[in-house]
Design a protein around this ligand. Structure first.
Ligand SMILES: [Zn+2]
Length: 318
């Protein structure tokens, strides 16, 4: 305590706030010169400590106190299962071994949420796009916009990822219920791996790093390493969470399964047929081989008749 008081005095001396009366003996004695006038004492400043959830608050009478911010409660056992700070995707339970339904509690009276961006417009959804799975949602942003943690949790990954998915500057946060949220293409990180974050806390600055054609936030939701449509968690149009509990079904981890889809639409999506593009293939040849038209192929895959076909990529033909 004594050491802290000395440090505190040093701070005051350096900052010049109390330069006229700096005196190590009087820093914490509110009533040094008589009975303090309680009503006149006001908080004038806060000082950061090594712990971001503890600040020192300075009062006008030169006294001070600790200010404990509401630190998220982390259940170590649940939080750090299969904890790996190098592999982007958690090597969790295989989809086949997961229960058919998992009730994932997202919020309650003590667990809050926050939309990852202050203002939201959807650029692209969770679906097959250009012949490849797009396992997240793209949200429009301006370079420099603040990106926020969706829920309380611990940062697992905070790095530039060139290999997996072209995420660029990526942050992955593990939440208390096992859910992970991904924030990609950031221009920079504001948090580091291992850091505890609160829902709404700024974690990064929006950008266009990695495989990206313009500034946007690529946001993913994953459970046991498996992605599902983030629109099952959030209504991005209205900027609210859909429900306090997410009834996570096994088939949600299928890229063909998305929010708002009827059973019939999902069945049709499952009946879809994909082929792998081979050397020398053209859209015309693929259309003829599969009894369809170039126009249909373009509509099914979100491409144009002039789109360059890449060998090895898959193409939906039905
Ligand atoms: Zn994306």
């Amino acid at each position: 305590m004594k050491k802290l008081l000395t440090l505190f005095s040093l701070f005051m001396f350096c900052s010049g706030i109390f330069a006229q009366e700096t005196n190590t003996g009087s820093t914490s004695s509110a009533g040094a010169s008589g009975v303090p006038n309680e009503s006149a004492i006001i908080a004038i400043d806060t000082v950061n400590t090594a712990d971001k959830y503890v600040k020192i608050i300075l009062f006008s009478d030169k006294s001070w106190d600790y200010l404990d911010l509401d630190k998220p409660v982390i259940d170590d056992e649940e939080m750090y299962a299969d904890w790996d700070t190098r592999k982007i995707h958690m090597q969790g339970t295989p989809i086949d071994s997961l229960p058919d339904e998992i009730d994932l509690r997202l919020i309650d009276s003590t667990i809050h949420y926050c939309m990852p961006l202050d203002s939201i417009k959807i650029n692209s959804t969770y679906k097959y796009r250009h012949g490849r799975p797009h396992r997240g949602i793209d949200l429009k942003l301006n370079r420099g916009d603040t990106v926020r943690a969706a829920f309380d949790g611990v940062v697992r990954i905070a790095e530039y990822s060139r290999e997996t998915g072209g995420y660029g500057n990526l942050i992955v946060i593990r939440h208390c219920n096992g859910l992970e949220t991904y924030y990609a293409h950031l221009s920079r990180h504001l948090v580091s791996s291992g850091e505890i974050v609160k829902a709404g806390e700024p974690i990064g600055i929006g950008g266009s790093t990695g495989r990206s054609t313009g500034p946007h936030l690529h946001f993913e939701t994953r459970y046991q390493g498996h992605a599902f449509d983030p629109e099952r968690v959030f209504d991005f149009t209205d900027g609210v969470i859909r429900d306090s509990i997410l009834d996570l079904k096994k088939n949600y981890f299928d890229i063909r399964s998305h929010y708002g889809q009827t059973d019939a639409e999902y069945a049709a999506a499952i009946a879809a047929k994909y082929i792998r593009i081979k050397s020398g293939d053209t859209l015309g040849a693929i259309a003829r081989r599969n009894g369809t038209t170039v126009r249909n192929l373009c509509a099914l895959n979100g491409i144009r008749s002039t789109t360059l076909l890449r060998i090895g990529r898959s193409l939906r033909v039905r």
